[in-house]
Design a binder for this molecule. Sequence first.
Ligand code: ZN
Length: 376
Amino acid sequence: MLRLRTMSRCWHQSRTYRVLAIETSCDDACVALLDRFDPARPPRVVEESKHTLDSAHAGGVIPTDAAVHNRTQVAVLTSELLAKHGWTGLDRPDLVCATRGPGMVGSLVGGYQLAQGLSIAWNVPLVGVHHMLGHLLTPRLASNGQEPQFPFLSLMASGGHTMCVLSRSLVDHEILVDTIDIAAGDALDKCGRELGFRGNMIGKELAAFLEQHSREWGQPVDFDIKEPLLNVPGRKDMLAYSFGSFISQVRTNMSKYYPDGTLTDAQKARAGYRLAQTVFRHMVAKIKLAMRLRNIQVDSFVCSGGVAANTMLRTMLRAELPEIKHFHFPEPRLCTDNATMIGWAGIELYESGVRTPIGKSVVRKWPLCELDEYKV
Ligand code: ZN
C-alpha cells in the first residue's frame, strides 16, 4: 500500500499534484490548499484561510505588530488546514509556494521561513512568489491560464499599491504608471477617516456608504477636489499617480466648510462621491495617457486589488476605454491579498520550470521588472 502510494506520487509528480500556498507580505496571514487534479482544468481551491490583524485601534498597520501576528497565525492556519483535509504524512502537499517579496520583512519572514522549512522536511519543491505577480496572474486562474492572454494591461489598486502594468509574458511585466507617494486605497482610507468614517477598513465602508446613498451622487455640496498631476506650464503628460494630495485637500475642505468636523449623511455622500470620482478619474486618465504615449493596443484589461471591487471605478473604466474588448474583474475575495493567488502564480511558475533554491531570503523591495530568477 505504502509502495503503491509512493509510486503513484512519482509518476504523477509533473501532471497532478497538490499545493500549499502561503502569503504574509503585510498584515494578513493567508494559507490555501490547491489541488492540481487535472492539468487541463483550473486547480481546485480546496480551502483558503485568512487571519487579518485588527489595526482599528492603531489607525494603521504597525509593522512589528503585523510581524508577530503573521508569525503566530500562519503556523496555526497551516497546521489546521493540513490536518482538516488529511494532507499529512504520506498525503502531504507536493509543492510549497510562498510570497518571498516585496513587502514588510518581518511579516514576510513568518510565512516564507515556514514554507522553506516544510519544503525541506517534506523534500518537495519550493516556489518563492513575487507578491505582485500573484495579483497580476490571478485572473488567469479561472481559465487555467488561458485568459487573459498576453499581452494585457492591469490596473492594480489596493491599500498597498496602485499601478498600471503591461504584461507581455509570464515573466515580462512593465510598470507604466506607479504612485509617487501613497496607494489609492491608503488615501481613500485616510480621506474616509477625515470625513468621519471609523473602523478597520474605512475605504470599503466609504464605498458601501456611497452605494447606499447613490441618489446624492452629483448633487451640489461645498467640497472642492481637483485631480493631481494635471498638465501645467513646465509639466506635461506626467505618467505617474499621486494620492497623497487627496488627504490634504479633504482636510482643507473640512476646516473651510465644516469646522466642527461633522457632516450630515447627505453631505457625506455628496462629498464622498466627489472625492471617489476624482480619485478614479485620476487613475483612468493616466491609463489613457500611457496607452496614447506608448501606443499600446491590447484586447484585455484586468482591474484587481481591493479598490478594484468598486463599481464606480469599473463603470468608469468601461466607459473611458472603449477600445478594450475584454475586461476582467477578479472576484473581490481574490482582489485583496490572499494565498490562492500565490498558489496559482506558483503553479504557473512551477509548470514553466521554476524552482526556488533553499537559502534565498525574503526581499523588502523587489521591482516587478526584475524577475530574472524566473527565466528558465
Ligand atoms: Zn497585495
